[in-house]
Design a protein around this ligand. Structure first.
Ligand code: UDP
Length: 235
């Protein structure tokens, strides 16, 4: 398998074509952005840590029957994955209220809702990834109702698996964002990454934040928090 030209460059990752049209290489960078690109920085070793963390999490989900794009970790910064067409949707799961929902609805961060909340946002930087609903997604041609149902069903299973995994490590999975893609043979699979960049992870005992909020909110010790997550996942 040969790494070829770059297909796409995002905020935290690059995607490369390979000599196999169904395979891509995802390269994890140290760049971090927040608030729709307003805040930018490089967090040394973040790419290495997120590659490791996301690999462990995707392997765990695959072992538990979740279809994903992940094939294997190639080296410190690269993963081999199936090429998919990404649905331009951020599927967000909230087990505890935090971040934009806390702000938008004036609910104190840390409030536990009676039910799990799933939000969908339209992935479009120019619009600031607006919150939408199923009807919007269908009207915009992002997905069909059946595809949305399939994604939500997978999302609920992923949430149960991840909540359980992190609970055993003394971590509360507050919320997270996932993305789905469609393979060349029409299968919906989990894609992108799952890491402290895309999850809110609080120490269960102290509620200390062990995720990207340390960067967003200038709390310091960003790298140390990501290292702590990797450390607990590999213990
Ligand atoms: N999230 C993400 N990418 C985004 C927006 C959100 O990975 O573009 C994650 C974020 O890290 C958090 C969850 O989705 O774990 C919910 O984020 P929220 O809507 O509260 O937005 P934020 O407060 O990050 O602006």
């Amino acid at each position: 398998m040969e790494k070829r030209e770059m297909l796409y460059e995002g905020k935290a990752k690059q995607v490369f074509l390979t000599d196999d049209p169904d395979l891509i290489v995802i390269h994890y960078k140290d760049d971090a952005t927040a608030y729709n690109n307003v805040k930018k920085a490089t967090i040394e070793a973040k790419g290495l840590l997120n590659n490791q963390i996301s690999t462990i999490i995707f392997k765990y989900l695959i072992e538990n029957g979740i279809p994903t794009h992940f094939i294997e970790q190639l080296n410190d910064r690269d993963q081999l994955c199936r090429r998919v067409t990404i649905f331009p949707l951020e599927v967000i799961v909230r087990n505890v209220i935090a971040g934009s929902m806390a702000k938008r609805l004036d609910i104190p961060e840390g409030t536990k809702p009676s039910n799990t909340i799933i939000d969908i946002c339209y992935k479009k930087d120019e619009l600031g990834d607006p919150l939408i609903n199923n009807d919007h997604a269908v009207a915009l041609g992002i997905a069909t109702y059946e595809e949305l149902d399939e994604m939500f069903e997978l999302t609920r299973r992923i949430n149960v698996l991840l909540t359980d995994l992190f609970k055993k490590l003394g971590i509360t999975l507050v919320d997270f964002k996932i993305e789905f893609g469609k393979t060349s043979d029409g299968k919906i699979v989990l894609a992108d990454e799952i890491s402290p960049d895309t999850c809110r992870l609080w120490d269960s005992q102290t509620n200390e934040k062990l995720d990207k909020d340390r960067f967003r909110r200038d709390l310091g010790k960003v790298r140390e928090a990501y290292e702590e997550i990797l450390h607990r996942l590999t213990k």
